[in-house]
Design a binder for this molecule. Structure first.
Ligand SMILES: Nc1nc2c(c(=O)[nH]1)N[C@H]1C(S)=C(S)[C@@H](COP(=O)(O)O)O[C@H]1N2
Ligand SMILES: [Mo]
Length: 526
């Protein structure tokens, strides 16, 4: 093998990848103490999520769905792998360009790490330490590879003396040995760092131990609230089945024992509350159906839970909001913000809440532990801030929330909608009596009726479940005499103000989908 053989180039790429592995392993270990929120990899992922253009994000979500974050991590991993291989090759062919590439990568991850919301003052350290070790490994491995290639070339010369051959053997062994040792150490160190980080995260344990106060007022689920039909969503969504939507690459871990909520901005008296203070206000239960603006007509980004919390207005009142304010910017520990009209939070006829409990448990980590907001009638992105840490009383003129500069509406009431849960498209049903059933919601108003049309025939009124309250969805069902063949089932709802779900289709962007769901159902032959 000589310096110009592809085989040598290939080994230089392997050297680059091993150097990158050393980079990340060291960074992960240092991050354990210097940056508990996550290493440089997670920081870069967070930046990508924040800067990725909206259409690209929508494509990613429609292709990968719930796995969009895993897809992002895999994509980043591949990009890192390719750059690492390139750095190895460059270091071999055009020394010291490989070290330059690695330094540039280190600078990028460092910049990402220090600019993440909530970054510690040592957030630069993992990237810096990783880059230094990675560069040393890269120089060491590639210089051994060069030595090997050179001695191999002279051993292959026509006179073929025995001494260069022995030299080539030693150089080759030296390269492989270093590569193997560094590679194995990087994997062991990196994996151990991940394990230690998972094991020492005590937030799950804090959540297990947290005792929620007994609610002053409980939600009474009325008889007939659940029609109990096969394939129909339950009226209260179990925590494990509740949809999850957020920009967090890894779930933020918020220590409930040191958590505080600051009420800032246009207030007479800024206040800070901890969990005890919230508990001492007295907690009640509220059944509220949450909906995501990204829910397509017929989609499942909607769920109903019994939340335990206090009205936001009672919390705000402690700080005495000033005249002229019209918005509350709620902020999460991870930097996400939502803009909620102040009047939606102070309206005594509306139960906008600061929630600590979900279906009888502390909030699950991925649903905002320890504290989040829930506002009936507003899409999650303008109201339902998870891992809540600040309420800033402000104005729409002055402040913007996370999704506003990304083109989504600053104010976004949930659109009245209905969907079909059963039958399912693609799952043929047997002919005969078949219940068609689904869900409908018109938060803050309530559903008056749901109408179903089969094969574009007359609209028939469906039977509704007994509503829990006007902020929750209802179930609906209609018995159908299914005949063999294919049929269309369409659904639309009317709310208690007499407004009918609009037929005109609207995309998710910029403030939620509209239209009637129309489903093709196949009925098997007798
Ligand atoms: N911190 C934080 N809170 C957030 C979000 C987020 O990205 N970050 N997304 C919002 C959106 S878009 C929705 S629809 C709801 C979803 O809440 P869930 O995941 O508990 O269902 O959370 C809201 N709260
Ligand atoms: Mo959402």
């Amino acid at each position: 093998m000589n310096r110009h053989e592809p085989r040598a180039w290939l080994w230089s790429m392997v050297g680059g990848v091993i150097a990158a592995a050393a980079f990340f392993a060291v960074a992960e270990v240092v991050a354990l103490v210097a940056s508990p929120g996550g290493g440089p990899f997670v920081a870069v992922g967070g930046v990508v999520i924040d800067v990725i253009p909206r259409p690209l994000k929508e494509i990613a979500i429609s292709v990968f769905g719930e796995f969009d974050k895993i897809a992002l991590l895999v994509g980043l991993g591949l990009a890192a792998l390719v750059s690492a291989a390139l750095a190895g090759l460059l270091q071999y062919r055009r020394r010291p360009l490989g070290v330059a590439v690695l330094t540039a990568a280190g600078t990028l991850t460092l910049a990402a790490s220090v600019t993440r919301p909530g970054a510690s003052s040592l957030a630069w350290l993992p990237s810096a330490a990783g880059a230094v070790v990675g560069a040393v490994v890269l120089m060491l491995l590639i210089s051994r590879l060069r030595a090997w290639a050179d001695s191999d070339a002279s051993a292959a010369a026509p006179e073929n003396p025995a001494e260069p051959r022995a030299r080539a053997f030693i150089d080759r062994r030296s390269f492989f040995r270093a590569t193997a040792i560094v590679g194995a150490s990087a994997v062991i160190v990196g994996v151990s760092a991940r394990i230690v980080s998972a094991a020492t995260s005590s937030v799950s344990a804090l959540r297990e131990e947290l005792r929620l106060p007994t609610p002053g007022r409980r939600v009474a689920i009325p008889g007939g609230a659940d029609l109990d039909i096969d394939g129909l969503s339950p009226i209260v969504t179990a925590n494990d089945d509740f949809y999850r939507v957020d920009t967090a690459l890894v779930v933020p871990e918020v220590d409930s024992s040191t958590w505080t909520l600051s009420i800032t901005g246009m207030v007479d008296e800024p206040v800070q509350l901890d969990l005890r203070d919230l508990f001492d206000m007295g907690l009640d239960e509220y059944a509220i159906t949450l909906t995501c603006v990204s829910n397509e007509v017929g989609g499942d980004l909607v769920g109903n839970a019994v939340w335990l919390g206090v009205p936001v207005r009672d919390v705000l009142a402690k700080a005495r909001p000033q005249e002229g304010a019209d918005m509350v910017l709620s902020r999460s520990v991870d930097g996400f913000t939502a803009s909620t009209p102040l009047e939606s939070l102070t309206d005594t006829a509306l139960d906008a809440i600061i929630a600590v409990g979900m279906n009888g448990e502390p909030l699950p980590l991925e649903h905002g532990f320890p504290v989040r907001m829930v506002v009936p009638g507003l899409y999650g992105y303008v109201s339902a801030t998870k891992w809540l840490t600040e309420l800033k009383v402000t104005t729409f003129a002055e402040d913007e929330a996370y999704w506003t500069p990304r083109g989504y509406s600053a104010k976004a009431p949930i659109k009245l909608s209905s969907r079909i849960d059963t039958p399912r498209p693609g799952t043929p049903v047997a002919p005969g009596r078949v219940p068609i059933a689904g869900m409908a919601w018109a938060q803050t108003v309530g559903i008056d009726r749901v109408e179903v049309s089969i094969d574009d025939g007359a609209w028939q009124s469906a039977t509704l479940s007994n509503p829990i309250n006007r902020d929750t969805w209802v179930q609906w069902t209609l018995a159908w005499d299914a005949t063999p063949g294919t049929h269309y089932v369409a659904v639309r709802a009317v709310d208690k103000d007499g407004r009918r779900q609009i037929e005109e289709k609207a995309p998710i962007y910029p403030n939620g989908s509209s239209g009637w769901q129309r489903l093709l159902v196949t009925v098997a032959d007798d």
